[in-house]
Ligand binder design. Structure first.
Ligand code: ADP
Ligand code: ZN
Length: 744
């Protein structure tokens, strides 16, 4: 009777043992355990997890538990060495075979594979399908095939690779071997395509929410002086960052400007030869340079875990791509920043490119995507919510607490633009909806430009009526009207401004037009708006020690010729610098320090810590864990909701009393609960549901709601209920943590 649960338990223990022994982690991340269980049961599996979610362990741990070989298909040859070096450093028998090896070395590795010395073999798709290679695999005992970056198989994805298509023969050649497909980006259609192409059988989809709570998002005004860009870079001096630019020339120029300011930076774009690109990427990987100024050619599969900021200096083409690029920050789970610079000319410039596309369909798609991107840049609501909606994620919080709009909602003001909006629309109509923004504004301001006179637009009744308003003000108004849906821009005819249905109605009925605008960034606000940093909140001595440990790591990495993060991740070094281990056993307890690494590096790092301790006897232990959930901030608005609350009210009652939306009330309640303004969530969540939901959060972590929802019986709870219980659980954990720190 008991055998089933007993085998289950053993399987789970061994999974955990592997996690600790090889990777030095104490706990699985959400979904990892389920995926590994599924793979170990011999099922085909489909894993959709955001970058940094921990996909690799989903096949690496099974590879250690399964009797035979695990083959990993990975698209980038350049990355295989690092992946394998990382595994080797952790004591996992892994290797790769690709075109960078000479015949003798490849032969030697094949021998190792055949003799069963290797558990994990990395190959590129084009090699895997060669008859020779398939024959080799036939003789090896293959237990599992993992397809990384599986979206590359789909033409509907944004990274289609022909070589991936040929993987369809895997099922045919290895009918009994389970396949695990993994990706961080796949919409519905791409998911279907992956399942179909790989002929996965009843594959369970393990889908983690796409939210990356440790990333902050902000949009800043683009200025020619680049002051705010350099400010961000300076705040991260010594840390790794990527600056994406729209053109090769810009990457080169910016690299130079950064050099002038004393940073180590390198460019990366398709115009550089392959060797330069590889060596620049390597320099970045190994922390020899801090910054890469790149076009989007610097892309997929950057494995570096400690990228602390991603700046987009030019407007990206679409939100999917933007989210993917920002996803390269903070894979280690530490706070990291994503900043987009946005300026007046960005939209027009992109429109220019789009108008050069020959296919009208392509143009229409590109315009739609650009409009979404512009809406993001000009948004006054939560940026995270906007981004996540593109993945039809179930993220419904209205205040994420970690984007510029949520951190300083006061930066947004609503202005009455009725009069000017009417002038603008009248002018658009007078011009028969045939002219672009610049021309419309010229007419309004009474310009004497030749184009105006040629068209006799100086005779129009709207000519010069807006003289008193500055050009940039009119430009802002036009963009805001497009964003708000009163006007649109027709790319099919030179971006002419057109009236929308809404615009006509509002104009006809002389309705008030309120537009939202961002108050210009003023110096006073900047401090408060800063997002948390990896080391923020830590005492100075601990930060100093962390820096010291980083230097040590760099020396070791250089000696061993591997990227620094392969020795230890930033989060592991921070854990060392805060927990201050004194013995190898204590070192072994630090997250990220496995058996192999304890042996190899334990002593040197202990020595470095002891030495520092000697210099700074006052350094203290800090109990600090990385927040996986940041509750909405406690603002005046939120407190007003608390005031309006009377016992017995439900959220709808509060919404009515406050005359605000119920969704806003929910966000306020979440904040109030998280900050301990309510001792219990019982008034808002049925009492019998609270404990089961709480237990599900303890199993899955607080970071994402989706795994918790999936973990509970169907229709058991609503998203709002999950959110409130999460806030309550967060408060409890905070209180416990405080008690622990005080007890130290
Ligand atoms: P992905 O492939 O999903 O982008 P990775 O597999 O590279 O993510 O993992 C991202 C980072 O998280 C790595 O540094 C990895 O070592 C770390 N990681 C993975 N699983 C865990 C875990 N259970 N506990 C702590 N860190 C983990
Ligand atoms: Zn937000």
């Amino acid at each position: 009777m008991n055998t089933d649960t007993e085998t289950m338990n053993t399987a789970e223990t061994t999974m955990h043992q592997m996690l600790r022994r090889y990777f030095g982690y104490q706990q699985f991340r959400p979904l990892q355990q389920e995926v590994i269980g599924d793979v170990m049961a011999g099922n085909d599996t489909f894993v959709l997890m955001p970058t940094g979610g921990g996909k690799s362990l989903c096949y690496q741990i099974p590879s250690l538990l399964l009797p035979g070989l695990t083959v990993v298909v990975s698209p980038l040859i350049a990355l295989m060495k690092d992946q394998v070096d990382g595994l080797t450093a952790a004591g996992v028998p892994a290797t790769f075979i690709n075109s960078t090896l000479d015949a003798a070395e490849a032969g030697r590795r094949k021998q190792q594979v055949l003799s069963g010395q290797i558990k994990l073999l990395y190959v590129a798709p084009e090699r895997l399908v060669l008859p020779d290679f398939l024959a080799l695999l036939n003789r090896a005992n293959v237990s599992l095939v993992a397809i990384d970056e599986a979206h590359c198989i789909s033409e509907w994805g944004h990274d289609f690779r022909v070589e991936y298509r040929r993987l369809t023969i895997l099922r045919e050649k290895f009918p009994t071997v389970p396949i695990i497909a993994l990706t961080a980006t796949a919409n519905e259609r791409v998911q279907q395509d992956i399942l179909q192409q790989l002929q996965l059988r009843n594959a369970k989809l393990h889908r983690a929410g796409f939210n990356r709570p440790n990333l902050s998002y902000a949009v800043k005004q683009k200025t020619t002086s680049l002051v705010s860009l350099f400010q961000i870079v300076e705040q991260h001096r010594g840390e790794s960052g990527i600056i994406y630019c729209g053109s090769r020339a810009r990457t080169e120029k910016l690299t130079e400007q950064l050099h002038d300011r004393g940073y180590r930076a390198l460019p990366y774009h398709a115009g550089l030869d392959r060797e330069t690109r590889t060596s620049n990427q390597e320099a970045f990987d190994r922390d020899d340079v801090e910054i890469i100024c790149a076009t989007i050619a610097f892309g997929m599969g950057i494995d570096k875990s400690n990228v602390r900021y991603i700046i987009h200096y030019d407007l990206p083409k679409n939100i999917m791509g933007y989210y993917q690029e920002t996803g390269r920050a903070g894979r280690d789970g530490l706070p990291s920043e994503c900043v987009l610079f946005y300026g007046q000319g960005d939209r027009a410039k992109q429109m220019q490119f789009i108008s050069e596309k020959p296919d009208p369909n392509d143009r229409a798609v590109a315009i739609q995507q650009l409009n979404e991107m512009v809406a993001y840049a000009e948004a006054s609501q939560c940026r995270r919510a906007l981004l996540l909606h593109h993945f039809s994620d179930d993220y419904t919080a209205t205040n994420c607490g970690n984007c510029d709009n949520c951190l300083s909602p006061n930066a947004i003001e609503t202005v009455d633009a009725t009069r000017q909006a009417q002038m603008l629309m009248s002018c658009v109509i007078r011009l028969q909806e045939r002219f672009g923004v610049a021309h419309v504004v010229d007419v309004l301001r009474g310009s004497g430009a030749a184009k105006i006179l040629n068209y006799r637009h100086n005779l129009l009744p709207t000519y010069g009526i807006g003289e008193a308003t500055s050009k940039s003000e009119w430009m802002w108004l036009a963009r805001a009207m497009v964003t708000a849906g009163y006007l649109n821009q027709d790319a099919e005819s030179f971006n002419a401004l057109r009236m929308t249905q809404l615009g006509r109605e509002v104009l006809r009925n002389r309705q008030t037009i309120m537009l939202q605008r961002r108050r210009e960034e003023s110096s006073g606000r900047q401090e408060r708006e800063r997002s948390p940093r990896a080391t923020s909140g830590l005492p100075e001595h601990n930060i100093e020690l962390f820096q010291r440990l980083r230097q040590l790591r760099k020396r070791i990495a250089d000696q061993e010729q591997v990227p620094a993060y392969i020795v230890f991740g930033d989060n592991t070094l921070i854990a060392m610098a805060t927990r201050l281990p004194r013995t190898l056993e204590e070192m072994r307890m630090v997250s990220g320090v496995g058996e192999m690494k304890t042996k190899r590096y334990g002593t040197v790092f202990l020595e470095a810590i002891a030495e520092f301790f000697h210099e700074q006897p006052n350094i203290e232990k800090v109990e600090r864990s990385i927040p996986d959930f940041v509750p909405p901030e406690l603002s005046a608005m939120v407190l007003a909701t608390l005031h309006a609350y009377r016992p017995g009210m439900d959220p709808q009652d509060i919404a009515t009393a406050r005359q605000i939306a119920k969704s806003t009330v929910m966000a306020h309640l979440e904040s109030l609960v998280a900050h301990g303004k309510f001792d219990t969530v019982a008034p808002f969540v049925s009492p019998e549901k609270i404990e089961p939901i709480r237990a599900a959060f303890r199993r899955n972590g607080l970071a994402a709601l989706r795994p918790v929802m999936d973990d509970l019986p169907a229709d058991f709870a609503t998203w709002d209920e999950l959110r409130l219980v999460r806030a309550d659980e967060y408060r409890k954990q905070q209180t416990n943590r405080q008690a622990i720190t005080e007890a130290y």
